[in-house]
Design a protein around this ligand. Structure first.
Ligand code: CAP
Ligand code: MG
Length: 415
């Protein structure tokens, strides 16, 4: 029976320019690497567990081909006709579906997907991208700042709006809903939106700076469309979507809706670590970044390399590079660095990301000894010092908010 799978192994085959190429890390269970590789290619293209009495030549042309086996890594070329144009769920049901459940494999990890232009051309990609987001906020030459009011949930709309006002007037550019803040009984979506947008105008008048709100619209898809429309009606520039828990189909729908509503999409990645973190099994977050950019988010969380969430610095840098590199017609995506950040870690973050990054600090702003307003000022002061090439300690000598932040957290890398 195993010879059937070996028909999907064509080492030395040269993928066609329009073929999609996947790199998998494979740990066989009781079968040879070659057979395991063949099974992956078979199950993710046209095959099943046994030879078939009928396999017309036309269908043979749709067979995926394992063209490279290098240690525990295999590379598989997929004829482009296997994939429906513009359909992300179908793509993932093919290359990231049944293959993960096969008993012949102990572990399998999808490490990379190389998309041909013939596939990419069916996607709009980001509506605004980095330049567009910068233009919306009128910020050219520094990282953007964001903060999540903390505790994560629990404030009512008035309390929440007050935290937002203090953050914005203290110098934060973007107030962001937490990933699990949507429309709970104590803070209904409509009321929060109305109250926050009211103080947004006040903050802009007081600071003379553009301010915006990353409003979490995550919900059932029709409800997300309704909430996006409300956000646009209030004159805001962004929505936020928890793209993994909301799902790819919903994200594709919201991308279309946001095109008409002139809204940028901030992508939160909550739940990604359920399948990206295990180095032996699952899907690399780099694949998620590519797919999110194809669908067309404008900002996406990629980690910090120094904060409380898993993700080594070089991995995080790699994700940021995937966001920003040239990729056919697709605009670059703003990488978001978030998770355990505070002013003391800003030099590390800016060293890793450069200026084209959105720096989010929740606890690192609202945990400041003098509260949110001072915490916001301290974050901006840390960025200013780093841009000027001055050490935080020196800059803190005449910037009290930064001094107090350093007294509390120093350069602590939280777990
Ligand atoms: C950060 C955060 C973000 C994490 C998500 C939180 O808060 O709001 O959701 O950054 O992780 O809820 O933990 P703090 P990632 O700034 O207070 O840590 O960005 O890696 O997806
Ligand atoms: Mg959060």
């Amino acid at each position: 029976m195993s010879e059937w799978y070996l028909e999907f192994v064509r080492t030395g085959y040269e993928p066609k320019e329009n073929e999609l190429v996947c790199t998998f890390r494979v740990e066989p269970d009781g079968v040879s690497m070659e057979e395991a590789a063949g099974r992956v290619a078979s199950e993710s293209s046209v095959g099943t567990w046994t030879t078939l009495t009928k396999l017309p030549n036309r269908i043979r042309d749709l067979m995926a081909k394992v063209f490279e086996i290098d240690g525990d890594l295999i590379r598989v070329a997929y004829p482009i006709d296997l994939f429906e144009e513009g359909n992300i769920p179908q793509l993932l049901s093919s290359i990231a579906g049944n293959v993960f459940g096969m008993r012949a494999l102990k572990n399998l990890r999808l490490e990379d997907v190389e998309f041909p232009e013939e596939y990419v051309k069916h996607f709009k990609g980001p509506q605004f991208g980095i330049d567009g987001v910068r233009r919306r906020l009128k910020i050219r030459d520094r990282p953007l700042t964001a903060t999540v009011p903390k505790p994560k949930v629990g404030f009512d709309a008035d309390e929440y709006a007050e935290v937002a006002l203090n953050a914005w007037t203290g110098g934060i550019d973007l107030v962001k809903d937490d990933e699990n803040l949507t429309s709970q009984s104590f803070i209904r979506f409509e009321k929060r939106l109305e109250k926050v947008m009211k103080v947004r105008d006040r903050a802009e008048n007081e600071t003379g700076e553009k301010k915006s709100y990353l409003v979490n619209i995550t919900a059932e898809c029709e409800e997300m469309k309704r909430r996006a429309k409300l956000v646009a009606d209030h004159g805001n520039e962004f929505v936020m979507v928890d793209i993994i828990t909301a799902g790819w189909s919903a994200l594709q729908t919201i991308r279309e809706v946001c095109e008409d509503l002139d809204l940028a999409i901030h992508a939160h990645r909550a739940m990604h670590a359920a399948f990206t973190r295990n180095p032996k099994h699952g899907i690399s977050f780099g694949v998620i970044v590519k797919i999110a950019r194809l669908v067309g988010v404008d900002n996406i969380h990629v980690g910090t390399g120094v904060g409380k969430m898993a993700g080594k610095a070089e991995e995080v840098k790699g994700y940021a590079d995937l966001c920003r590199k040239e990729w056919f017609h697709l605009k670059p995506v703003f990488p978001v660095s978030s998770g355990g950040l505070h002013p003391g870690l800003i030099p590390d973050v800016m060293k890793l990301f450069g200026k084209d990054v959105i720096i989010q600090a929740g606890g690192g702003v609202h945990g400041h000894p003098d509260g949110t307003y001072a915490g916001a000022k301290a974050l901006r002061q840390a960025i200013d010092a780093t841009l000027k090439g001055i050490s935080l300690e020196e800059y803190a000598e005449d910037h009290e908010e930064l001094r107090k932040a350093l007294e509390k957290w120093g350069h602590l890398k939280p777990k």
